[in-house]
Design a protein around this ligand. Sequence first.
Ligand SMILES: Nc1ncnc2c1ncn2[C@@H]1O[C@H](COP(=O)(O)OP(=O)(O)OP(=O)(O)O)[C@@H](O)[C@H]1O
Length: 681
Amino acid sequence: MSRVDSWLVTAGLSKYRTAFAGMHEQFFLELMMQDFGKYGVVDQGDKHRLYKAIKQARAVVGLCEDAQDSSSFSYSNYDLQGGSGSDLLDLDAHDGDLIEGPIQPFQVSPVGEAARAAAGQQQGGQQLSDSKIRVVVRKRPINKKEVERGDEDVVEMDMRNSCVLVNETKLKVDLTKYAERHQFHFDEALDEYVTNDQVYRVTVEPLVHTLFHNGKATCFAYGQTGSGKTHTMSPLPIRAAADILQYLVRPELRDVSLFVSCFEIYGNKCFDLLNMRKKLNILEDGKKKVCVVGLKEHTVNDVEVVKQLIEEANHRRSVGSTAANADSSRSHSIMQFALKRFIAGGAHCRLVGKLSFIDLAGSERGADTFDNNRQTRLEGAEINKSLLALKECIRALDSDARHVPFRGSKLTAVLRDSFVGETARTVMIANISPTATCVEHTLNTLRYADRVKELRKDKAERAPGGVTPGDEMYHAAAQRAAVNLPPPNPYGGGSSSDLSSHDVLALQRPPALQPPMQQQAQYQQFQQQQRSAAAAPLPPRSRQPGMPGGVAGGAEAGIMHEWSSPEELYDEEAEEEELEHEHGELMESILEDEEEIIALHRQQIEDAMEIVRREMAMLQEVDQPGSSIDQYVDSLEAVLAQKLDGIRKLQGRLDRFKNKLRQEDLMSRTVQKKQSTIQRI
Ligand SMILES: Nc1ncnc2c1ncn2[C@@H]1O[C@H](COP(=O)(O)OP(=O)(O)OP(=O)(O)O)[C@@H](O)[C@H]1O
């Protein structure tokens, strides 16, 4: 007797054995409710029995999609959601540690240790860090195309001191060039010669252990498009799966299995990358927990399977991008490993640990909020929102904050349980490109990473402004004090600025300026730098000295003209800033309205279906001999009123939404115009 046969018999469905004869087990397990009719299962009771049989069989063979009791799962739920109505992220059900020993803490710079050893320096021993987050920067090698077009490598990685140095070329006010050197410190600075294997060892390897301690671990890659996020992220799950599967051969873990799922967040929509890009719903359950509903999980016993799943997910991501006329860098891809323990004799399983790998959208995409295309603007706003929310959630995690702002975006909402609890751990890999052309984005990535780890700096080491000696922000604060510049913009959440000693020199010797003008120019430059820092992860607009069209971009850019009427520029900039702020708020409300309007429309359709059912019943009733025509008229009137009310409500909502879209269009064109005016001055 085949397994399919035995499942049918156990479910009391023997009469269908002939219909399912010869069916492959996997095929049987993937049958959907709508397929049942094809095999002659039309009776409601039999359908229900078959559904439960499949559900239980899936749990037994390891395709279990949830930790809930399948018998309590309602039929209508299944129909509506087209699959499992599972709450994937069930860490409430704690199970106790799966393996002995404490959670392995992050090691402090093992690569740095190796580099120090290679250089013959004294090693400090493997110190252990109790931090919940770790920030690693990886530089990709310069490529042939970049070399051919004469682009320079401007990034130095000092692995021994976990330090990144960026040499930015700038123009002084007298148009001579100077190099501004930015310095950042992280947990790990990996140069272009570091292999993917080494990356694994300093990032994900310590997280694997966490998984067996009811842990929730997250590794994400942040950086501009083409900086190496996918190159870095793709091999990590394969290595992690190999390590996890090695643990799982232990006899005490024989009832634990590894499940893999992968989905993409594109705009505010979610797609299953391992199930034909099926659209997924993100819903809150009764416990206010956010769930990705219908996500398909794959059981994994072999590393080769993980490789195939990664290929499949990458393929689906690119296919989806083409269809949407965009590219992969506009979406976040999330691969999740869930460790589940089977209980009740294998009938159900419970989530005990989770590891998420996140390949984020290109960080520069968040700056598309003034693109010519509205869809691009909305996507840009969503990306920007999610990157900001992610940074805040990680900061909250490391400061053990009571409030984690995970509701800030779809991305953080679905990762909620990765940001709370004692066993949550996060590794951020900041990917950077080496070239001079990319320096602006590189600095933005490093500043974002710097903010993520900012809270972890030893408080004793902090300067009064909250910065650490030796870091770029510290120098900036010191220099700000030296030139008596205004305090940092509180909107930026920190004292970040990147005035360097070179800036100070330039600011102290403005050739053609009188003292009041000088101050004005300093303030403008400061303001501009503050704005770009505050807007991180947005890259600053291309109005920096030395950039094409920049305010100090050369004689053609009219540097003297601009500085000869600073008040005018001042007003223009203040007005533009105000408009940008308003535009940001409007975008936010459009994104919220979009979701509301779609939900309202959905509700409207459900109501309409209910009304149609009532109307059919009314017609049946009125066709009966002796029916009351008065009652029919009253009911019809009530139904029509309800229909009209629903339509009016939806129409009103739609009109308000359309108004906002028009307003946004206008505003974005005004900002674009203002930006180009300021650039021309
Ligand atoms: N460390 C590295 N060593 C060698 N090649 C690399 C490295 N990092 C990236 N590359 C190469 O650089 C190119 C861009 O990398 P990748 O596609 O990973 O960028 P990305 O940040 O994921 O871009 P996107 O956001 O557009 O998806 C690829 O051809 C990749 O193979």
